[in-house]
Structure formats: structure tokens, C-alpha cells
Design a protein around this ligand. Structure first.
Ligand code: TEU
Ligand code: CA
Length: 532
């Protein structure tokens, strides 16, 4: 039986916002907090009850806000602290929660701590970062190249796991841990309800010869941050490279008092060999990853996070389903197979209208630091058009184009020129058009979330997989207190599906469907209560 904190967690439905690209209220082309406030009714109507904001703190924006120069103030481009207070108040008035992004692994080199630290070896901030006379190992930056950079002022090398301007904090220094704990408390006192924790695995290094992450003190650090004090009651989801169950247990088992849940990433390679290289794939692969983690989390009473898209990934629908002719069916099918499983749903902005990957003919349409660096590297070994194809496939910008609210000027995102190119398909895929369509992804999400919150079986119920590994579809049941439901998701080809039980007429279906048995069209899905 899941403990209370986890049972509460199952009642959250989180909508992830990339503030820069969600809604611009003042025409400067950059999304902002007042823009988000304008769209709260849209979110409420959708049926989510929590919002996760990607970083909106003061930042030079080399990595769009993940390079923070002040944890306690709002990025001027996004608004003021008064706007943030207002947003929190309004969310709470709508009975919605706010999850902030907490970035403990690194600060911007523009942060005061780093500016002090580089001045010398004998000030209060000298040991806030990793400084070495010689480069101590061959660690690489996630964004390519060495993870070590020479700083002429200090005359030493510092570690940056990401961009050169994102210096890794030295968590073995208790002053760092305590400064970061104060930062958390600052936001808790403002009324935030939870945190998404950026690359939590990396705060503990296995130094100097081991891995950049999962160091020996990782769990002490996590427990001190989130298992004690004001943070202990909050919902926390860690972003982590955890791949096995034992590690997951160490992070999230109830008795550990660390995090509520983790984002696991093994399913992120569906449809690709690596970040920039596509692979022929189907929803089957996603299904098998989902089944694996449903079983593991059930076995050990862990709270699972249900997500496929975020601001770092090209939309999953474009990799393993049909984002053209069957875009509506694919989007609906993926929603049903993901969000009716057991766990906390995370919906990335645009997913609810069937948002797909973009395509551009010029590198000038891209902005992401990782994308630009990868493009330069590719161009050294292949023709430019080939490099551009790789970028088009894998760029994080696929998830960062302005949210398209309509097919008009600037997609209804801004009265001015957006900071990044509009989505190449915004005239075809936008909120207004989806809502006006006979088959609307948004309305399917709405109906799905309504079904989910009005039947405890979809929250607390057990999951049983009915289909087999060879089947080109996914059928599972949810059951609680004698009540049992079936979720039937067909994949890319037409299928005659005969169910091993009798069902009532579907309560939710992507296409009009009178009975849960029968001939399923490609990507069709249905949800029905089982009789007897
Ligand atoms: O991402 C951490 C991470 O390791 C990956 O998701 C990585 O960014 C991605 O695979 C590169 O393609 C987090 C944030 O989500 C990301 O936006 C930041 O850039 C990164 O941390 C640094 O803060
Ligand atoms: Ca703005």
C-alpha cells in the first residue's frame, strides 16, 4: 500500500511550461509570467492541477535559464517578483499547485558566488566550485568538449558539466549545501508546492577518477535537502540518470525520505540511436519500457512519473507514431497508454494539441546552445545539409518554439517578433484550430483527465497487462475494489481485437466506437468498464 504522500502524488496532473515560449504579454517576443497568468483558464479547463515552470530566475540565458545568476530573483524578461507572487496566488485560487525548477548542480559563472570564487583561494566562496591546477580527469561536457575550463583570474581550471558558463557547485563544501537549502526555504516560504530538481544525480561526484555523478555522498545530500525541514512535506521530482530499480528505491522509497519520484529516461531513446540519429521504431518499444517500470514501481510501492515529452526532447509522437495523417489518433493513443497507467502525469506544453517536431532549412532558425555546438561538430565531418538534417531531428528547439495559440501573426504568441522562429507547422498545429476541429486532441485530453480524476481506479487501481509482447497493440486493465476497466490502444496497423472479457460501451474513445471489441483503425484507442 502506497504511503499517504504517494497517494496524494497520484492525484497531481502536472503541466510543464517553458516560460520563454508559452505566452508573451507585452510584445517583446519573449514569453513571461503575465502571459502564463492570461492562460490559467486554458490550463484549468484542460484538467491539470499543477504547473511546473522551467527556470524563471535571473540568468544570462546561455542555457535559457538553467544558468542561474541569482536564485532569488525573477528574470527581468519574465517579469517581477510581484508577478510571481501574483501567479502563485492565482494558481492557488484555482486550486492548482506550483512546482518550481530547482537547479542545484551548477550556477551561471555570472552568479556572485562564482565571481567571488574566482578572485582567489581564501575568501568565503573560494571552495564553492571545483578548482584544480591541472585538469584532473577526462570528463566531458554534456554539450560537447571538455568539462574543464581555465579561468585566468583564478589561474585554475573549474568544472562545468554543461556550458562553459555553467560552473558545477562543490557539494562537498557544507557551505554550498546550506546556501542551497536556504534557497529552497526561500521559495517554500513564498508558497510553492513542489520542486523539479535538475540533474540531481550530478551533485555528488565520484572524484576524481570515477563518474561525474552518483558519488558516494549523493543520498546524504538529497536527504538533507528534501527529507528534512520545510521541504519534507513537498512534492519533489528529480531528474536523474537512474536506470535500475535498486537505485530508484534508494531515491524514492518512502522510508528513505529523499524524493517523491524521479524522471527516468530509458524510454527517451525510443525512435533514435542517439540524440541526433533516428531509428525505425514504434509504440511497441515505448509500451515495453512503460510495462517494465509499472511492474517495478508496483513491486516496491514507488511513485512513478508518466512523461514522454519535455523541453529537452523532440516530441515523441514524431519519433514513434504518425505526426501527419494520423496525428490526432497518435496523440490520443499515446495519451491513453501513458496517462491511464499508474503514476503522476506530466504533460509538456503543446502535447495537448498534438504538437510535433519542426523542420527548417537554415541553422539560423535554431537557438539552443547544445544544438549549435553539435551542428558545428557535425559540419566538420559531413555536408551541411546532412548536419542540418541531424539537427532538425534531434534539436531541443523542437520543444522550444513558441506555443501556437492560433494560425495568425506570430501564432498568437506575441504581438512582436518571437525570440525564436515560430514552429514550421504552426498554421496547421495550433490551439484555435485544434479546438475547432471535429477531432480535437485537447478535448480528448480533457475527457481523459476527467475520467481519470472521477474514477479512483485510474489513480490507485492495480495495473494488469493483458496484451502480450508480440501484439501490435497494448491492452491493460486497472482494478480497484472489484471495479475493473480496460484500456485498449492499437498501434500503427489495422487490427481485429477480441477482448478476453466483456465490456460496457466505451467511456472514452478516440474515434466513435460502440463496442470495445472489433476492428481497430490505426492508432485508435478506447477505454471501457469491464462487466461482471
Ligand atoms: O538536463 C539535463 C540532462 O542531462 C539532459 O536532459 C540534457 O540536457 C539533454 O540530454 C541534452 O540534450 C537539464 C535540463 O533539463 C536542461 O534543459 C539543461 O540544459 C541541463 O539540465 C543543464 O541545467
Ligand atoms: Ca514578454
Amino acid at each position: 500500500m502506497l504511503c499517504k504522500k504517494y497517494r496524494d502524488g497520484l492525484r497531481w496532473v502536472v503541466y510543464q511550461i517553458y516560460p520563454r515560449s508559452f505566452m508573451d504579454s507585452n510584445g517583446d517576443g519573449i514569453g513571461d509570467l503575465r502571459g502564463i497568468i492570461q492562460k490559467l483558464d486554458y490550463l484549468k479547463e484542460l484538467g491539470v492541477n499543477a504547473v511546473w515552470l522551467c527556470p524563471c530566475y535571473q540568468s544570462p540565458n546561455d542555457d535559457n535559464g538553467y544558468d542561474i545568476s541569482d536564485y532569488r530573483s525573477i528574470n527581468d524578461e519574465f517579469g517581477t517578483m510581484a508577478d510571481m507572487d501574483d501567479l502563485i496566488r492565482r494558481l492557488h485560487a484555482l486550486d492548482m499547485k506550483l512546482i518550481m525548477d530547482f537547479v542545484p548542480n551548477h550556477t551561471s559563472t555570472a552568479h556572485r558566488w562564482f565571481q567571488e570564487s574566482r578572485k582567489g583561494k581564501n575568501n568565503p566562496y573560494s571552495d564553492f566550485y571545483y578548482w584544480f591546477d591541472e585538469i584532473p580527469n577526462d570528463w566531458k561536457s554534456v554539450f560537447r568538449g571538455s568539462a574543464w575550463e581555465y579561468d585566468a583570474m583564478r589561474g585554475q581550471y573549474y568544472l562545468h558539466s554543461f556550458a562553459v558558463s555553467q560552473a558545477d557547485l562543490n557539494w562537498s563544501n557544507p557551505a554550498v549545501a546550506s546556501a542551497m537549502k536556504d534557497t529552497l526555504d526561500f521559495w517554500i516560504d513564498k508558497g510553492v508546492d513542489g520542486f523539479r530538481v535538475d540533474v540531481i544525480d550530478r551533485i555528488a561526484k565520484d572524484f576524481p577518477a570515477g563518474r561525474n555523478g552518483f558519488g558516494p555522498h549523493l543520498h546524504e545530500y538529497i536527504h538533507d535537502l528534501f527529507g528534512r525541514g520545510k521541504a519534507a512535506a513537498l512534492f519533489t521530482v528529480g531528474e536523474s540518470g537512474v536506470t535500475d530499480t535498486d537505485e530508484l528505491i534508494r531515491h524514492c522509497a518512502a522510508g528513505r525520505e529523499e524524493l517523491s519520484t524521479l524522471f527516468l529516461f530509458d524510454h527517451m531513446n525510443c525512435g533514435r540511436y542517439n540524440k541526433f540519429t533516428p531509428k525505425q521504431d514504434s509504440l511497441k518499444t515505448l509500451r515495453d519500457h512503460l510495462i517494465h517500470w509499472q511492474r517495478e514501481t508496483a513491486k516496491y510501492d514507488l511513485l512513478h512519473s508518466l512523461f514522454v515529452d519535455n523541453h529537452d526532447q523532440p516530441p515523441m509522437i514524431s519519433r514513434i507514431a504518425d505526426d501527419r495523417e494520423k496525428r490526432y489518433e497518435s496523440a490520443a493513443c499515446m495519451a491513453a497508454m501513458l496517462y491511464l497507467l499508474k503514476g503522476v502525469p506530466f504533460i509538456y506544453q503543446g502535447q495537448e494539441i498534438g504538437g510535433a517536431s519542426a523542420h527548417y532549412d537554415s541553422i539560423g532558425c535554431f537557438n539552443d546552445i547544445e544544438t549549435i555546438q553539435a551542428y558545428r561538430e557535425f559540419c566538420q565531418t559531413m555536408p551541411k545539409d546532412q548536419a542540418l538534417e541531424k539537427i532538425n531531428f534531434g534539436s531541443r528547439d523542437n520543444a522550444r518554439h513558441p506555443m501556437a495559440w492560433n494560425g495568425g501573426e506570430n501564432g498568437g504568441f506575441s504581438a512582436g517578433k518571437p525570440w525564436i522562429a515560430l514552429h514550421s507547422r504552426y498554421r496547421d498545429i495550433n490551439v484555435q484550430k485544434d479546438l475547432a476541429a471535429e477531432r480535437s486532441v485537447y478535448r480528448f485530453y480533457q475527457a481523459l483527465l476527467k475520467l481519470r480524476r472521477s474514477n479512483a481506479v485510474f489513480l490507485d487501481g492495480d495495473v494488469q497487462v493483458v496484451s502480450s509482447a508480440e501484439d501490435p497493440f497494448f491492452i491493460f486493465t486497472r482494478s480497484l475494489n472489484g471495479e475493473k476497466w480496460a484500456v485498449i490502444c492499437n498501434f500503427e496497423s489495422e487490427q481485429q481485437i477480441a477482448l478476453p472479457f466483456r465490456c460496457e460501451a466505451p467511456a472514452l474513445a478516440s474515434l466513435d466506437r460502440a463496442s470495445a471489441d472489433g476492428a481497430y483503425a490505426p492508432y485508435e484507442c478506447a477505454v471501457a468498464k469491464i462487466k461482471d
